[in-house]
Design a protein around this ligand. Structure first.
Ligand SMILES: Nc1nc2c(ncn2[C@@H]2O[C@H](COP(=O)(O)OP(=O)(O)OP(=O)(O)O)[C@@H](O)[C@H]2O)c(=O)[nH]1
Ligand SMILES: [Mg+2]
Length: 613
């Protein structure tokens, strides 16, 4: 007995109880002595410490797991300061040891824009759902950044656990694969895929900024002769040399791509004057004419170039490339070694308008019109609650013509009523089909143009379509714009009240872009307000816009109107809208408009994506 010698002893014992479970008991023994030191006995105290032992064991295992983990793990407190850090995290971030991170604030490990994303979007999500997972660049001790996958979970009682993994390798591999998929192996230039991507992006910018774009299509003249007589090896080197020379003729912001064979395309995304495209083409033709030195020999080449312009010669990437190609053939026919513009055929703007008008009159008959559907996402249910029907015109030579171009034209030449009625009938029949397929609460929004709103028999037409298709009126919402309602407010108000009597709902489109918005809200029998995308675009970085949007939502709700935000593209925007109780949203974040056959598959997936954030 140590207690005998030292006066006190403590020891843990494990006992097996009658029922088979084990308990741990802390037994302390104290020697009891008389004043002269004579031992009189022992005091035994037994404490059941089973629970404490178990907790200690769990902690020990957890901390061993943390130490052994390949992933960086850090725990931050409510003030976002690190309180626990494992070895892997210190290593990932290039700190000498975990100790040097403890006490640091979270923003020491991320650059300001990333940290801003944490505080404005990510942490609110963690707060709400308990967890977030995504990618963000981490800021190392040596000030370099590295791509990381990070998962953040809230801890009960406060604080967060961050688990971080370095994905440099994966990102690098992904980039390699991307590069292979988007570039031509021989010249290293972008390939057709990347060219089309860049062109599509340039078109959407030009559409907003009302600027011009040029596509140049270049094909070497009689290249086959060189290839066949001197072999592919020389041919390949020539192609590489041509690639370099063409690139030296254009600006950094222009894209030179190789489509294949001896064909190249050039994108000039900022074109102050249409003539500039011709200047660039001539510069390239002159540059190619200059002799090439390959393997000590001199070669002479010429090239033919076709030019198409946005928006003059087409509205989408595919069409612009196709039309530049057509123009290139014209250049070949003109004797090669020259350039031709596509719109030499449809020269003047007036001619093009006539062609468009002519085409538009026949578009319905020729089945070039289609109705696409853009899903509308409901914040409260986290699901797709309906769709907006949008008209599309696929022109045989000009490609997809945006509604902003052809709807005013259709109105001007008086074909908007048949076109609009046709679209409404198609959309209602489609909505009824989905309704019957089990999507019973899916609502349908259809745009009413100015002419339609003033059409004397609009009410009869709508009733007829509902009767014919069998779509319940409560599922139909007609969208009007402020400016169309303003054309003749008296008749509009009457028509709208009549439509409402049928059970149809009315929404006001593009809200905020007109002038007298507020007074009309009171006069028109409106159920829904749609916030214009120009506001949505700025909500996350312009405080004034943010204030306007929150005010619109609050005002609409006090008038018992539903609010839909249009043109939502980013999760930050949807998080903002959700925070300020916007009811619904639509936009590329949920999904771009799709043809009817692709809409149903969206119903299953789009909800998850939009809410995953
Ligand atoms: N060296 C090389 N040749 C290629 C490659 N891909 C296609 N070609 C050749 O490029 C030539 C393309 O010929 P075309 O443009 O149709 O005809 P062309 O002789 O240039 O005559 P025009 O274009 O009508 O003036 C063909 O001979 C193809 O075999 C390649 O990767 N390397
Ligand atoms: Mg050729």
């Amino acid at each position: 007995h140590r207690a005998d010698r030292e006066g006190f002893e403590e020891r843990e014992w494990t006992y097996v109880k009658k029922d088979g479970t084990t308990i741990t008991v802390l037994l302390s023994v104290t020697a009891l002595r008389r004043e002269d030191g004579w031992l009189t006995g022992f005091l035994h105290v037994a404490n059941d410490v089973t629970e404490r032992k178990r907790a200690e064991e769990t902690l020990r295992k957890q901390s061993a797991a943390m130490t052994a983990s390949m992933d960086g793990i850090g725990i931050v407190n409510d003030r976002l300061e690190f309180t626990v850090v494992n070895d892997a995290l210190a290593k990932l971030y290039g700190y000498p040891d975990p100790q040097s991170i403890i006490g640091l604030p979270l923003n020491a490990l991320y650059e300001p824009p990333t940290y801003e994303r944490f505080t404005s979007t990510i942490l609110p999500i963690v707060k709400q759902r308990g967890r977030w997972r995504g990618e963000a660049p981490g800021l190392r001790y040596d000030s370099l950044t590295f791509p990381q996958e990070i998962s953040i979970s809230a801890i009960e009682g406060g604080g967060l656990v961050c688990v971080v993994r370095d994905i440099t390798e994966r990102t690098y591999a992904e980039e390699q694969i991307k590069h292979l998929a988007y570039h031509d192996a021989l010249t290293g230039l972008p390939n057709r895929l990347l060219f089309k991507d860049r062109l599509t992006v340039a078109i959407s910018h030009a559409q907003r900024a009302h600027t011009r774009i040029a596509v140049l299509f270049l094909d070497l003249d009689r290249f086959k002769v060189i290839n066949d007589s001197l072999g592919h090896n020389i041919g390949d080197q020539l192609l590489q040399a041509v690639a370099g020379r063409v690139q030296s003729c254009v600006r950094e912001s222009d894209t030179v791509a190789r489509l294949g064979g001896d064909e190249f395309t050039i994108l000039l995304p900022h074109l102050p004057h249409a003539e500039d495209a011709a200047l660039v083409a001539q510069k390239i033709i002159d540059a190619v004419r200059y002799p090439f030195q390959i393997e000590g020999r001199e070669f002479f080449m010429t090239t033919s170039i076709g030019i198409s312009l946005y928006p003059d010669d087409g509205f989408d990437a595919e069409t612009l490339i196709k039309n530049a190609d057509t123009a290139m053939y014209q250049a070949k026919e003109q004797g090669r070694d020259n350039y031709q513009l596509f719109n030499a055929f449809i020269n003047a703007k007036a001619l093009q308008r006539i062609a468009l008008e002519h085409g538009l009159r026949k578009a319905l008959v020729n089945q070039e019109l289609a109705v696409h559907y853009q899903p509308i996402f409901d914040f409260r249910t986290g699901r797709i609650s309906g769709m907006e029907a949008l008209l599309r015109w696929n022109h045989p030579t000009l490609g997809m013509i945006p509604p902003t171009v052809f709807i005013p034209l259709a109105e001007a030449i008086g074909v908007m009523i048949p076109v609009g009625t046709w679209a409404m009938r198609v959309a209602c029949a489609q909505a009824k089909a989905w309704h019957d397929a089990g999507y019973r609460s899916l609502s349908l929004a259809v745009n009413l143009s100015v002419c339609q709103l003033q059409q004397p028999d609009l009410l009869e037409r709508v009733e007829e379509i509902l009767d014919e298709t069998g779509l319940p009126a409560r599922l139909l919402e007609l969208e009007i714009t402020e400016s169309s309602a303003m054309q003749s407010p008296e008749t509009s108000v009457r028509t709208l009240y009549e439509l409402k009597k049928l059970g149809i709902r009315i929404s006001l489109d593009d809200f905020g872009t007109g002038h007298s918005s507020l007074s009309y809200l009171k006069r028109f029998p409106i159920d829904t307000l749609k916030i214009d995308q120009s506001f949505v675009r700025d909500i996350t970085h312009d405080p004034d816009t943010a204030a306007i949007v929150t005010a619109i939502i609050a005002m609409a709700h006090s008038l018992r109107l539903k609010v839909i935000a249009e043109g939502v593209e980013f999760t930050e925007q949807s998080a903002f809208l959700k925070k300020y109780s916007c009811d619904q949203m639509q936009g590329y974040l949920v999904k771009a408009p799709v043809p009817s056959d692709r809409f149903v598959e969206l119903l299953a997936t789009a909800s998850d994506e939009a809410s995953a954030g």
